[in-house]
Design a protein around this ligand. Structure first.
Ligand code: PFF
Length: 469
């Protein structure tokens, strides 16, 4: 039965994988990972990131899927139900509430950046069609002007939220599964094409050396790698938990989680190959002045670089389409996490829940949209002082530095120390078979000690003034 006995949605086996991989792969892979890798000098940073994915992100993802599927509830209900007989009882519901709140805030600015990809897709199409010679300077300026244009920012944010609401309102199977099954293969195909294309670029060799050389890494780099492992895998906020609640019992949680993590990592590395091949095609002196180590290269220097490449007129719009698709499959999961709370706990119909949450998230994103130059007061909003200036950065700082690590920490503690091992072992074995070979490592070592210690270290560093938004 497509809807499951409880009347909640249910993914097909492949549908779940597509949706979860879609949630994981997003701006984090194609936008954030390449630029933080560039800023941290590649090589060792990538290695630490891989370790963080395997030892911290993956175990917590499995935990989220276990609790979601076991309880068949959205985050708040899931923790309330799972924690019934544990120490702390109903207080654990707060972990779910933290996740829903985090998803709400994250979506409010994530959809805004996602809107930029739509704008750039349109821009590139028009540049390609008109055959305009795109100058670096002009692009940098046009990006700045775009950011400062309040109505445009709000308009593209609204557009992206509307599409997200439209998909999620159609339901788990008819909306989320159908759309992610369609978009993910297209995204994979465009990526492969771009990677193959980069083999011929003059910067390819240096890009590979940069990506895989082993060199020194700073403590900040270590922290950033661990923090990003959460973000990129969509863990710590209940998004995977929510998707897990629609997963069939015939499917293996460990195998699915490994597949999702591997695919997410593969795409992040592919995105680096594409971007770095372009970046390293420029000579070093020019690179130092034009790129800096800035977060905005995706929208400033990259378009120009595309137009200097053969086939750039085709590749440039394609690239922004790809980033837009990747972002959409992530915004869908974030909205589902918030909307499912209203559906499960407050009895809303799916349609109404999507409209209400989508509308509220859009409204909450407006100050972020206006804080990029349109409104002086919002650009100056800085309750965390220098760590995050402007409304947009403050929201990103709150989610990336506090909500994600805290959510991950509490989940690891819940599984490692509070939930009985009988419960989690039974759910892991469902659809998988014997888990005794590695169960102890997962629960007794990684979730009990490795994850909490690593995350506490992040939180300690954040308290001490470090910010890695
Ligand atoms: N994993 C997404 C990315 O890498 O862009 C971002 C994300 C989506 C984080 C959903 C958290 C989440 F719940």
């Amino acid at each position: 039965m497509a809807n499951g006995s409880s009347g909640r949605g249910r993914f097909g086996q492949l549908g779940f994988i597509f949706a979860a991989v879609g949630s994981a792969i997003g701006l984090g892979n194609i936008w954030k990972f390449p630029y933080i890798t560039y800023a941290n000098d590649g090589g060792s940073f990538v290695l630490v990131y891989l370790l963080a994915i395997a030892l911290i992100g993956l175990p917590i993802m499995m935990a989220e899927l276990v609790i979601g599927r076991r309880t068949r509830q959205s985050p708040v209900g899931a923790f309330l139900k799972a924690a019934k007989n544990t120490v702390g009882g109903r207080a654990w519901g707060a972990v779910g509430a933290l996740g829903v709140t985090g998803s709400f805030i994250l979506l409010s600015y994530y959809a805004l950046i996602a809107g930029w990809t739509v704008y750039y897709f349109g821009q590139c199409l028009s540049w390609s069609v008109r055959g305009v010679a795109v100058q670096d300077q002009a692009l940098g300026e046009s990006f700045g002007a775009f950011l400062a244009n309040g109505p445009l920012q709000i308009g593209f944010h609204l557009l992206f939220m509307a599409v997200t609401v439209g998909v999620v309102a159609l339901g788990v199977r008819e909306g989320i599964e159908r759309v992610t099954k369609l978009l993910m293969p297209v995204l994979g195909a465009i990526l492969i094409l771009l990677v193959v294309n980069s083999f011929w670029s003059p910067g390819f060799g240096e890009a590979m050396r940069f990506l895989f050389h082993i060199g020194p890494i700073t403590a900040d780099g270590l922290l950033e790698a661990v923090g990003h492992a959460f973000f990129t895998l969509s863990v710590g906020m209940g998004a995977m938990l929510t998707y897990g609640s629609y997963m069939t019992s015939r499917q293996s949680i460990p195998r699915s989680a490994v597949a999702i993590s591997l695919l997410d990592t593969l795409i992040a590395i592919m995105a680096c190959i594409i971007m770095f091949s372009i970046i390293f095609s420029v000579d070093a002196a020019e690179r130092a002045t034009t790129f800096g180590k800035s977060a905005t290269i995706l929208f400033t220097t990259l378009p120009r670089m595309f137009y200097e490449m053969p086939l750039g007129v085709v590749l440039a719009p394609m690239f922004y389409l790809l980033v837009g698709f990747a972002a959409l499959t992530s915004t869908i999961s974030l909205l589902e996490t918030v909307a499912s709370y209203l559906i499960d706990r407050r009895g809303f119909s799916r349609r109404k829940a999507c409209l209400v949450t989508g509308g509220a998230i859009f409204a909450f994103g407006i100050p972020s949209a206006l804080s990029l130059g349109a409104s002086g007061a919002l650009s100056a909003f800085a309750p965390f002082g220098e760590r995050a200036e402007g409304f947009f950065s403050t929201m990103d700082y709150t989610v990336s530095n506090w909500i994600l690590p805290l959510g991950g920490l509490l989940m690891a503690l819940f599984f490692g120390w509070f939930l009985s091992s009988r419960e989690s072992r039974a759910e892991l074995a469902e659809g998988h078979g014997d888990v005794s070979r590695w169960f102890f490592i997962w629960r007794g070592v990684l979730l009990r000690f490795v994850c909490p210690i690593a995350i506490l270290w992040i939180i300690w560093a954040v308290i001490g003034g470090r910010s890695f938004a």
